[in-house]
Design a protein. Structure first.
Length: 476
């Protein structure tokens, strides 16, 4: 398709100069809920896993629970790829409602499952919606948040996964209480929590605009200027501070469509090292998290003697530790710098996993001490995992940002997320502590390799405009 007339725009500089305001809070609340929903889903399934093994529920085995978790991740991979393309082609905003609707359908169907097959299929549909959200949400947040806040905001938004995890843990304690609900009813009600939250977010998302950066690169400059003016007016009214002067601009050669050929050429020719970096970061964190969280409830009941209805009480402190990591460490990614913090959090997490793996194999951990140990690990690992998504969303050109997020999320998750739950399910079923300990050591090695990759290939992106980190395809 022929290029449109070149446009000189200051929209990126205008967005980056804005003060923090209620507009940015709304943006984070309406879009960041994606991670809360994902955390809710993962933790609910992890907490109800032991209950689903009862013949009075679905009669699943540890292996089939791991397989169902893999179906969820496979759905997320497919959703990320499909909706990632739609996001770059038709805009960020159009995907917000479609992906949330798919999620709502999936989670409500999950509550109606009657056997393993139905449960696995409905979990895949739920994952389809969640995966689609990642590409659109992360790209939009990065394109609308000022550069000086981007690192900490991304980490906190991605870390909000653990708010959902905490909610899932708390909900499981209520819904799995045999004094309140029947065994085959309570776990179904647990899925209703995510459905109710999703319905509320539909309203908030109607207030979020399309990305002006996306609009101007796709030949919709007048619309981009209008949206930008509305954002500036909203920020000025809510913060009481008029935006400062605009410095700098960029010439854009917009297109209606940026084909796969152009995107793949740019990725292979200009960003090959960055692609490898993101793949390693994504795979390492996905393997660790999917390995532990999808199976943690089963590990506690099988190896540590925890009761089925109390698993949520052990998942709750893990969720708290995971959220506190990005919350307390996030600003350091904007001040100390990306490379140092990303490499440091991956390396420290991997080293701590080695220690815990040995202690678990020796049988020196109880349900309480094992939970405390993982809580300490995930304080750092959560910041590392969030930084992987931050890296994927800011080091590629705008025109391919959503697709890049989708591709590397899909590839990393396929390596680390699809394999891990089933792999660890098999290890758990052996009943051997040392077999499972060996599995944890695999995750530790991957985290350490990711730290080395960041030191070698990482990008010093702190405080930099997106257009400086990666030149737009339309900028040439």
């Amino acid at each position: 398709m022929a290029k449109l007339d070149p446009v000189w725009t200051q929209i990126p500089a205008r967005l980056d100069r804005l003060p923090w305001s209620r507009f940015h809070v709304l943006l984070v609340a309406a879009l960041g809920v994606t991670w809360i929903l994902d955390g809710l889903e993962v933790t609910i399934v992890g907490a109800i896993g032991p209950a689903l093994q009862s013949p009075h529920t679905l009669g699943l085995t540890p292996t089939s629970i791991g397989a169902a978790a893999s179906f969820y991740v496979i759905g997320a991979v497919v959703g990320a790829l499909g909706f990632g393309w739609v996001t770059d082609r038709f805009g960020r905003r159009v995907v917000f409602f479609a992906t949330l609707a798919v999620y709502l359908v999936g989670v409500l169907l999950s509550a109606c499952s009657w056997n393993f097959i139905s449960f696995a299929i409905f979990r895949a549909i739920t994952g389809l919606g969640i995966g689609g959200e990642y590409a659109a949400i992360n790209s939009t947040i990065d394109e609308l948040i000022p550069a000086r806040y981007r690192g900490r905001v991304d980490l906190i938004v991605n870390g909000s996964f653990w708010i959902g995890a905490a909610a899932g843990s708390g909900a499981s304690l209520i819904f799995l209480d045999p004094h309140l609900f029947g065994q085959n009813v309570g776990w179904r009600l647990g899925f209703a929590v995510g459905g109710a939250l999703g319905l509320v977010i539909l309203v908030l998302r109607s207030l979020v605009p399309e990305s002006p950066r996306w609009l101007v690169t796709h030949g919709r400059n007048e619309e981009a200027e209008k949206v930008m003016g509305e954002i500036e007016a909203h920020v000025a009214a809510s913060s009481g501070v008029s935006p400062g002067p605009v410095e700098g601009g960029i010439e854009i050669h917009p297109r209606k469509v940026f084909g796969f050929g152009l995107i793949l050429k740019s990725l292979w020719r200009d960003h090959r090292g960055r692609g490898l970096l993101v793949l390693v970061l994504m795979a390492a964190q996905a393997f660790l998290y999917n390995a532990v969280y999808f199976t943690f409830g089963v590990v506690l009941t099988k190896f540590e003697g925890a009761s089925d209805d109390k698993v949520g009480a052990f998942l709750l402190p893990l969720a708290i530790g995971n959220f506190m990591g990005p919350l307390l460490l996030g600003h350091l990614f904007d001040t100390v710098g990306r490379k140092r913090m990303i490499a440091g959090t991956f390396a420290l997490s991997g080293a701590l996993v080695v220690v815990v793996s040995v202690l678990f194999g020796l049988g020196l951990l109880t349900a309480v001490t094992q939970t405390a140990a993982w809580m300490a690990i995930f304080f750092f690992a959560s910041a590392a995992a969030s930084s992987a998504y931050l890296t994927a969303s800011e080091i590629f050109p705008l025109e391919m940002r959503a697709m890049a997020i989708a591709v590397f999320y899909a590839a990393g998750t396929a390596v680390g997320g699809v394999m891990a739950p089933s792999f660890y399910g098999v290890l758990i079923q052996t009943g051997s502590r040392w077999m499972l300990s060996g599995g944890y050591l695999v995750a530790a090695v991957l985290m350490l390799v990711a730290a080395l990759a960041e030191l070698r290939l990482g990008v010093d992106a702190e405080g930099q405009p997106l257009e400086s980190i990666a030149k737009p395809l339309s900028g040439a």
